[in-house]
Design a protein around this ligand. Structure first.
Ligand SMILES: Nc1ncnc2c1ncn2[C@@H]1O[C@H](COP(=O)(O)OP(=O)(O)OP(=O)(O)O)[C@@H](O)[C@H]1O
Ligand SMILES: [Mg+2]
Length: 348
């Protein structure tokens, strides 16, 4: 088999979940090309199909249609070969709560063929790398969420996988723990691993990923670098806050008129934003004087590249947080009784 330039290559991947009442098209024809050595992010809201896609790539679920290769190995025909080169950290951590951090790692190391003192050394190294040397002797059920996520990551690295799938590695973490996980990902990639990371956080994709696939309702709706995606939305965006909420509607009118674009109210009752249309860059300088002429005080003003939130809004007509309202979300808690129970064995 020729060495593939791509770490992951998926074509037309499909997965349906059938229940008595309905069929969910969880993954509805996804193509992905993940270059070796890259961080590739699959970005999408709750229920978009991220976990299902990753589980197919990691050989835990069999696709209904389409093909996927990981380092040149077909995920169905050569599933064993795929399993030897991938690691997976699930959205729902898979370490054993009753064992200590060290015991969990040692158990995995033995499974992967590390023996005795070598297994223990490998695991102590990993605990050190993840800042868990002190916690290593405690049962995992006593860990905080951030420690829990780090031990889960460490567990997926016991065998130094060439391709690592991280399914929402930082969901629910505080900013400090999130940064620690990001640093770990950066080190892994600097050491040559390929990371495919799912996230609902636009900022996370922006920070880490070389390329991003935006998925919604089981389909890729945009693909490219963070800069590509931002460019597709426009030249940039202005965001401002007014001192008096009562004047916000008027400010929205003024901003819209000056820029020749629709300005919109932000969730924050003082905030508003507008995209700067191509060719209107020069008008931005007129915004503050126009607002001042109308007697509207503007304590905060910024001009920046559009955020990935705005990219999402442009592409889908809803922000990721709106997904629930747009009917996109059938999150794991509500899907419980419809879930398949077969072919969910964990990767060895
Ligand atoms: N085993 C299953 N049985 C039935 N339906 C499922 C199963 N797994 C996922 N689904 C459904 O498929 C869709 C995609 O789910 P998936 O878990 O892949 O989304 P996700 O993007 O990972 O979402 P989240 O961000 O909430 O983790 C959802 O509607 C979900 O309810
Ligand atoms: Mg998920």
């Amino acid at each position: 088999m020729p060495q593939s330039e791509l770490a992951v290559e998926a074509r037309g991947l499909v997965k349906h979940f059938k229940s008595r009442r309905s069929v969910t098209r969880a993954v509805d024809g996804i193509d992905l090309d993940v270059p070796r050595g890259a961080v590739y992010s699959v970005l999408g809201p709750n229920g978009a199909g991220k976990t299902t896609a990753v589980r197919m790539l990691a050989t835990l679920l069999r696709p209904d249609a389409g093909t996927a290769r990981v380092l040149g190995h077909d995920v169905v025909q050569d599933a064993d070969a795929v399993r030897t080169c991938v690691g997976l950290t699930g959205q729902y951590a898979s370490v054993d709560e009753d064992l200590t951090g060290l015991e969990n790692l040692v158990m995995l190391a033995r499974l992967y063929g590390f023996k005795g003192a070598r297994a223990r050394r490998r695991c102590l190294d990993l605990l050190g790398a993840f800042g868990l040397e002190d916690a290593g002797g405690r049962q995992v059920k006593t860990y905080s969420g951030g420690m829990r996520r780090r031990i889960d990551l460490a567990a997926s690295l016991v065998m130094s996988p060439e391709v690592l799938f991280l399914d929402e590695p930082t969901t629910g973490l505080d900013p400090r723990s999130r940064n620690q996980v990001w640093d770990i990902v950066r080190v892994l990639v600097a050491d040559g691993a390929t990371v495919l990371l799912t996230t609902q956080y636009l900022e996370e994709a922006d920070q880490l990923a070389d390329r991003i696939a935006v998925i919604d309702h089981g389909k890729v709706i945009a693909e490219g670098t963070a800069a590509d995606l931002k460019r597709s939305v426009g030249r940039g965006a202005v965001e401002l806050r007014v001192a008096d909420t009562a004047r916000r509607a008027e400010a929205i009118g003024i901003v819209g008129r000056v820029l020749g674009a629709d300005a919109t109210a932000a969730a924050d009752p003082y905030g508003l934003s507008a995209r700067v249309p191509e060719g209107s860059e020069h008008s931005v300088a007129q915004l503050l004087p126009a607002l001042a002429d109308a007697g509207i005080t503007v304590p905060e003003f910024s001009l920046g590249q559009p955020s990935l939130d705005e990219v999402f809004l442009t592409l889908t007509g809803h922000t990721p947080d709106d997904a629930e309202g747009a009917g996109a979300s059938r999150g794991p808690t509500t899907a419980g009784d419809d879930r398949e129970t077969d072919d969910r064995a964990e990767v060895a």
